[in-house]
Design a protein around this ligand. Structure first.
Ligand code: SAM
Length: 453
């Protein structure tokens, strides 16, 4: 692989005698990883074992649900990927959330979140309790993030599209834990994407370091006293890693560096990552989890809302009798009904989001069309088999043709007398909606997600 001469020289300076081993790692094949979604791999479910065997997966030492796979396995083309059973993620990138260690009930921000590797990992650790705000500054990337949050069936996440400074104005001292996987010069991406080598320059490193120091103070501001910040990059130079952290601690003496970790491609099986874990020890002065009173809604809004809720509740009784929403409040965006999640001990309601750009205000429940309720794809992925009454199960072994046909968007013959909405399951795992009538299943797998021939 052709590496920029300046890059080689800098890596030689950084690594000394280890640099030849590092540089020859570019001749080796890149690594691939997937992380199981433990929220969907319930006790007694054999899907993970089947996938491990089918793809010949090997455990990633620093992340229990993480596994290496061989390029030929192509797990992105397996129906279990569409059902959100795992997330494809570069192996060393799985180290950081393990260090951040979010616990159920925590209020967590992922400040630079797209496409969602760290957010989906954080959500898995929250086990449905607490709140995750996954933010991405670029709208197109925020939409991809939102799709990944949906596919993984995450109900307690709000996806936002805001700049860090806008968020910091709204959420001072708010979060127990913050993840900042910073935009960086991507030296650890070079083996995966040779274009990264062409884009690399000393100037880019400098610009990235400056940008990181622009974003980090906003992250510090949003952390509550005693809160933990994880900073990470997929680059190797000191300017964007140790030096940035050093400059940050000098500027914010209330920060205590608890730990740093590096994953190197010549020492570990991964493309490379840097992580620093910091604690905010401050006696805090800014508004702590500002108390925002629920706003008065107009009578018209209240009427529309109560109609929407009652349509959803009827639907829930008939189709999802075992499903319960977690703590939160209903939100109506036009005719789209959402469930905005709450976390205990923090004031967070729809007023908190006002005038911020929100891509997904919690779990999307569905659309209200006059007197009909059309369930959202997100809802299918957020429920489990036990909570759905009319369902249609396809088996991977016996129905592979039907599964592909469903994922392609085709109607299917069921020859049953069931009428109305059904959850479509692959083995035990919901993958989307269908509407059954006279022995036919009309396909409601979203058009934008359909597999192409
Ligand atoms: N954490 C993500 C994951 O695990 O999937 C990867 C994040 S990527 C390394 C960095 C992100 O920062 C990109 O999505 C990029 O759009 C975003 N970004 C770029 N400039 C930014 C800025 N000035 N402030 C905040 N985020 C920015």
């Amino acid at each position: 692989m052709k590496l920029p001469a300046d890059y080689i020289e800098r890596m030689r300076l950084l690594l000394g005698e280890d640099s030849e081993k590092f540089l020859s790692s570019y001749e080796a094949a890149r690594t691939h990883g997937l992380r199981f979604n433990m929220g969907k791999i319930n006790a007694g479910c054999s899907a993970a074992e089947e996938i491990i065997e089918q793809f010949g997966l090997e455990p990633i030492p620093w992340c229990e649900p993480g596994y290496y796979y061989d390029e030929s396995a192509r797990p992105g083309k397996h129906p279990y990927h569409a059902a959100g059973l795992y997330y494809i993620q570069e192996p060393s990138a799985m180290s950081v959330v393990e260090l951040l260690d979010p616990k159920p009930g925590d209020v967590v921000l992922d400040l630079a979140a797209a496409p969602g590797g760290k957010s989906t990992h954080i959500a898995d650790k929250l086990q449905g309790e607490g709140l995750l705000i996954a933010n991405e500054i670029h709208l197109a990337r925020a939409k991809i993030l939102s799709e990944n949050i949906e596919r993984m069936g995450i109900a307690n996440c709000v996806v936002m599209n805001a700049s860090p400074d806008r968020l910091a104005e709204r959420f001072p001292g708010f979060f127990d834990k913050i993840m900042l996987d910073a935009p960086c010069s991507g030296e650890g991406m070079i083996r995966k994407d040779p274009n990264a080598a062409a884009e690399w320059s000393v100037d880019l490193v400098r610009k990235c370091a400056t940008r990181q120091m622009d974003i980090l103070p906003d992250a510090v501001r949003m952390l509550k006293p005693g809160g933990i910040l994880a900073y990470s990059t997929c680059t190797f130079n000191r300017e964007e890693n140790e030096d940035t952290i050093q400059a940050l601690i000098e500027r914010f003496p209330e920060l205590e560096l608890l730990q740093t970790e590096r994953i190197w491609p010549h020492l570990h099986k991964g493309e490379g990552h840097f992580a620093a874990i910091l604690k905010k020890n401050a006696e805090y002065t800014e508004d702590l989890r500002e108390k925002i009173k629920p706003g008065q809604k107009s009578d018209k809004t209240n009427k529309l809302m109560s109609e929407a809720i009652s349509l959803f509740e009827d639907f829930q009784k008939q189709v999802l009798p075992g499903f319960r929403l977690g703590p939160g409040e209903p939100l109506l965006f036009g005719n789209q009904l959402y469930h905005l999640p709450y976390a205990a001990g923090c004031s967070f309601g729809d007023q908190t989001l006002q005038s911020l750009k929100v891509v997904r205000p919690g779990l999307h429940l569905g659309e209200v069309k006059k007197t009909r309720f059309i369930p959202a794809h997100s809802l299918a992925l957020a429920v489990n088999k036990r909570s759905a009454k009319p369902s249609h199960t396809y088996s991977l072994a016996a129905d592979s043709r039907e599964i592909l046909a469903y994922l392609h968007g085709e109607a299917l013959i069921t020859k049953r007398s069931v009428q109305g909405w059904v959850i479509v399951l692959i083995e035990d795992h919901p993958v989307g909606w269908g509407k059954e009538s006279e022995g036919q299943l009309k396909n409601h797998y979203p058009k934008g997600l359909r597999w192409l021939f």
